[in-house]
Design a protein around this ligand. Structure first.
Ligand SMILES: [Zn+2]
Length: 226
């Protein structure tokens, strides 16, 4: 059983679901993406994504017209496995098509590009044996890509990355709710002070670079909250 936090892009609200591993993800149509497929090897009791990601998957799966094997979508930053700007930590990326033939996978990749429902589809030369699609939120705080700037009042799956990473680094941002409130701001300012960064309570490029460099792949810590 997983707790799944979904950012509903239509209402600007964070929604919470509880689903078994073999049940479909929230907003998934036709049972084409289970909780277990979405989590892959992640052992986290809590997962997160957005309604738009599920809609993009539904459209892709419908257009492809046949089952699509999914390697994984989600991972917590401290579980590692990807670079520090990974959209998998936001729950906005899917790696799929691993068990397909090259021809099938190329059709899937082309389809995903043509549908226009994803923000980014990785080219075949970078990931030839799977198809990485993601519906990231732009613009990124850093020029080279990554996560958007966040501040008091922000609400998104990126706030969940921030809260999870601050907790993991020993700065108590409290419950993972995806809402940048007083406690998240206090934790962030304390983190900024401790690292010699401007304590403005805004998660911008410098904060993301520093924080993710510390947390990614570092394993579960005593401060980690689910
Ligand atoms: Zn990927």
């Amino acid at each position: 059983m997983a707790k799944i936090i979904v950012y509903n892009n239509d209402t600007d609200r964070m929604e919470v679901f509880h689903r078994a591993e073999n049940e479909p993800m929230p907003y998934n149509e036709g049972g084409t993406l289970t909780v277990g497929e979405f989590r892959g090897k992640s052992k986290s009791p809590t997962l997160w994504t957005t309604k738009r990601v599920m809609e993009a998957w539904n459209a892709t799966r419908k257009a492809y017209g046949a089952p699509i094997p999914v390697g994984y979508a989600f991972r917590r930053p401290w579980e590692g496995g990807h670079a520090d700007q990974s959209q998998h930590y936001a729950g906005t990326a899917l790696d799929s098509g691993q068990a397909l033939t090259n021809t099938q996978r190329n059709r899937l990749r082309t389809l995903a590009q043509q549908l226009g429902v994803w923000v980014y589809v990785e080219p075949a030369n970078l990931t030839p044996t799977w198809v990485h699609t993601d519906r990231r939120q732009n613009p990124p705080a850093c020029p080279g890509g990554g996560y958007p700037s966040l501040r008091r009042g922000s609400r998104s799956v990126y706030v969940l990355i921030l809260q999870d990473s601050l907790n993991s680094a020993g700065y108590a941002a409290g419950e993972l709710d995806g809402v940048f409130g007083e406690q998240t701001e206090r934790a962030l300012k304390n983190y900024q002070k401790a690292r010699g960064l401007a304590a403005d309570g805004i998660a911008g490029c410098a904060v993301w670079r520093r924080l993710m460099a510390e947390v990614v792949g570092n394993g579960r810590k005593t401060g980690t909250v689910d």
